[in-house]
Design a protein around this ligand. Structure first.
Ligand SMILES: O=C(O)CCC(=O)C(=O)O
Ligand SMILES: [Fe+2]
Length: 373
């Protein structure tokens, strides 16, 4: 008989953390023995199959001064008097672009405890009586618009790089990548600047209720607050960190755990949204996440949502089906749970109907801001 030592119940043991993928081998392959592009592509693929979430080390692509400046500008805005923030309120435009007060955003039917400004890709012929079709509303803070517009350009560039690497990871042919690229090359992106006051200790509401992101790729820049953003891993056997400030029964749920996705220096936190789940016929998972901020500081996060083009038709990609068929044939046990409905003919059923991204988005947005329905 022997006893297995249990992991210590403190910060020194953090097994349950998300993978880190480095972008550098992809953008500077010459410095990585010529293997760079494939190694990044393979790492992205593994992270998307296993977690749907990963840290992307962008330290050679983004200078840290840039996001630091965005944080400063965001804090300047949230510190303004309420009336000034309301000057760019959602109701002044199309109901989706602009500032939303604390409690205005709704997830799973419950008000979230955060305030935010939302920006979307500008449209030709804006018409604020049409959902999503108005103008962005910029705070009247020197440098705000310029710095954030620069960030949008950077994130769009990053979106196309990561998409190309993911296409490689899925074994797509150059023609297949060209076709996929034509669906994201005019991304209907969304940028959110979010401010989270700490939840009061007797408040059982959430800072942001659990949800999946509905688009393509989310690039999240967050300040250094810990134990606020949590990601749900349906991985029985994962070691749970028990010190994230929640009663144990809220941490462990059926067959999975909520883990903290704390900021990692030099990295953006990336996750795949429902469009990638559809493109890969469920091989990549759009993973649930939520924010419960019980600290004492005012937390700021800046997610950029790199989305398909507004009119892009999204349906399972042949490359993903090929891969699922390959996995199903070569190793029916390893991925059995995901592929148990492979037919007797070994064919993988197509699990998702085609959707047009813009239509899908409109339905989601109307749900988030219930009062504008
Ligand atoms: O604030 C965060 O860390 C995450 C926000 C988020 O999940 C979202 O806006 O979709
Ligand atoms: Fe999210």
């Amino acid at each position: 008989m022997w006893t297995v030592p249990r992991p210590p119940n403190d910060d020194s043991y953090r097994l349950s953390s998300l993978p880190i993928v480095s972008l550098d081998p992809y953008i500077h392959p010459e410095g990585h023995n010529g293997k760079g592009r494939l190694s990044t592509a393979a790492a992205l693929h593994a992270a998307c199959v296993e977690y749907g979430f990963f840290y992307l080390d962008v330290s050679t692509f983004i200078h840290p001064d840039e996001p630091n400046e965005l944080m400063r500008l965001a804090r300047d805005f949230f510190a303004l008097p309420q009336e000034e923030k309301d000057n760019i309120g959602l109701a002044k435009e199309d109901g989706a672009r602009g500032y939303q007060r604390i409690g205005e955003n709704v997830t799973n039917g419950k008000a979230d405890n955060h305030e935010a400004i939302d920006f979307y890709r500008p449209v030709g012929n804006p018409d604020k009586s049409r959902p999503l079709w108005g103008n962005n509303q910029w705070p009247d803070i020197p440098g705000f618009r310029e710095k954030y517009e620069k960030w949008v350009e950077k994130m769009k560039e990053l979106g196309l790089i990561v998409m190309e690497a993911m296409a490689t990871g899925l074994g797509m042919s150059p023609e297949e990548w060209k076709d996929l690229k034509s669906k994201v090359d005019d991304s209907f992106w969304v940028l959110r600047v979010i401010g989270y006051p700490p939840l009061q200790s007797d408040d059982d509401s959430l800072s942001c209720g659990s949800h999946k992101d509905y688009g393509c790729l989310t690039f999240l820049y967050q300040d250094d607050t810990k134990d606020a953003l949590q990601v749900y891993l349906s991985r029985p056997g994962t070691v749970v960190r028990t010190n994230i400030g929640l009663p144990a029964e809220e941490i462990v749920e059926e067959g999975g755990v909520w883990i903290s996705a704390d900021p990692v220096p030099g990295c953006l936190l990336v996750n795949v949204g429902e469009m990638w789940e559809r493109w890969t016929n469920g091989l990549y998972t759009s993973t649930l996440h939520r924010v419960i901020h019980r600290g004492s500081n005012y937390r700021v996060s800046i997610p950029f949502f790199f989305e398909p083009n507004f009119d892009a038709r999204v349906e399972p990609l042949p490359a993903a089906i090929r891969m699922q068929e390959g996995i199903a044939c070569s190793n029916p046990y390893l991925h059995g749970a995901k592929h148990r409905d492979v037919g007797a003919d070994g064919m993988v059923p197509v699990r998702y109907e085609p959707v047009v991204y813009g239509q899908f988005l409109l339905a989601k947005v109307q749900n988030n801001f219930a009062k504008y329905e």
